[in-house]
Design a protein around this ligand. Structure first.
Ligand SMILES: [Zn+2]
Length: 390
């Protein structure tokens, strides 16, 4: 942990090359008036100009600035010709981002060549001195929703050299499918009891090693470190261990998105996990049952779509807090755009605001400052809501 001030609440911004800085300043000013004191910005590859402009705006408003860094996917310095290698089977085509056509190609955390380029780029950005903190995103293996065999990655030459015992796990999909179709629901216990602990440890350690290196490099420069993690119930599937990772962070943001439908949101991940596991021969019901076991809540499957009740939002955040050794910030989907898959209704925003107030939990307004209606900032204002409660 660093001694730096932690944000009261944050807002994310995707800074495209043609972005309108005067609009950013106006919207940020409004966010700031409503209790948000930190901007988390995804920058174009040529970060210098954009970083400096945003730094100046934040200085003017008295806000902190974090760099939103996509670590293992969508990173401009990656050589994506060497991506993640799944086990020898391929149950389901990788679909990328079904709704926005993003590729979501992940590179392997053990790929030392790609990692060297990544660390060098990362340090160059940190040396710019523009940032108060880093916000590390895409720190995971690909989700099995993108192809069930992704659950059994990675078998690239770097992984095989670093963890020779992986050779013994190339057939792991068969016992896993039998397990998932058996009615026994504790995946974690299944792996440990059946002697697959090494494999689980390899997945956790591969992600942890990259995160701890990035965290150390940031802390050497007295920057705060925040992590964007999968919702706790799904984190095991992508190699994220909340307990270990939270030790590298000053705060974490679980991605408990229950309404919108894009990668990492619960409806999207569960729907496609069900599709890909079914294509691999699993019993469809396992996803729904597993969510029930983990959250105490049954997701609803109807009309080929999964919907997730609001109570999952709070139960997942409670679980994240219990697993973590650092503060948890709720990621709140607040966008309203033309695409209904990515839009959140104002009534739901009010429900989010009430829930977070009663949990006394700070939040990150996701995903993009410029797509969040002004009224949503008013609705989320903690001070205003506290006043109304008195
Ligand atoms: Zn690998």
């Amino acid at each position: 942990m660093t001694d730096n001030t932690l944000p009261s609440s944050c807002v994310q911004l995707v800074c495209f090359p043609d972005v309108d800085f005067s609009l950013i300043e106006k919207k940020l000013g409004l966010a700031f008036e409503n209790g948000i004191d930190t901007l988390i910005a995804w920058l174009p590859y040529d970060f210098f100009v954009y970083g400096e402009r945003l730094r100046n705006i934040c200085n003017k408003l008295g806000m902190m600035l974090y760099w939103w860094f996509p670590v293992l996917s969508d990173n401009p310095v990656h050589d994506t010709s060497s991506g993640i290698v799944p086990a020898h089977v391929s149950f389901y085509e990788s679909r990328g981002d079904f709704y926005s056509n993003e590729e979501f190609v992940f590179i392997c955390p053990n790929d030392s060549k790609n990692m060297a380029a990544l660390f060098s780029y990362y340090e160059r950005v940190l040396e710019s001195g523009f940032f108060d903190g880093v916000f590390l995103d895409r720190i995971r293996f690909p989700s099995p929703a993108n192809g069930f065999d992704m659950l059994f990655s990675c078998f690239c030459s770097y992984c095989m050299r670093k963890y020779p015992f992986l050779e013994n796990y190339k057939e792991l999909e068969h016992p896993v499918i039998s397990f998932l179709s058996s009615g026994n629901r504790d995946y974690y216990d299944f792996l440990l009891v059946n002697g697959y602990g090494d494999w689980l440890k390899y997945r956790f350690s591969s992600i942890y090693d990259v995160v701890s290196t990035l965290s150390l490099k940031a802390k050497e420069r007295n920057l705060t470190v925040a992590l964007d993690l999968f919702s706790p119930s799904l984190s095991l599937f992508v190699g994220q261990d909340y307990r270990k990772l939270s030790f590298c962070a000053d705060w974490i943001k679980p991605m408990v998105y229950i309404s919108t439908r894009g990668p990492a949101t619960l409806p999207y991940e569960l729907e496609f996990l069900m599709c890909s596991s079914s294509a691999a021969g699993c019993d469809n019901s396992f996803v729904l049952s597993d969510l029930q076991r983990l959250c105490g809540i049954l997701a609803v499957y109807s009309g080929c779509k999964i919907s997730v009740p609001f109570s999952v939002f709070t139960s997942e955040l409670v679980m994240a807090s219990a697993l973590s050794s650092c503060p948890v910030y709720a990621g709140v989907e607040l966008v309203r755009v033309d695409n209904p898959n990515f839009s959140v209704d104002r009534n739901l925003v009010g429900v989010y605001a009430d829930a977070l107030l009663s949990m006394d939990m700070p939040f990150v307004a996701s995903w993009d400052l410029l797509s969040i209606p002004d009224e949503y900032f008013f609705l989320m204002s903690r001070e205003k809501n506290k006043g109304l409660q008195l």
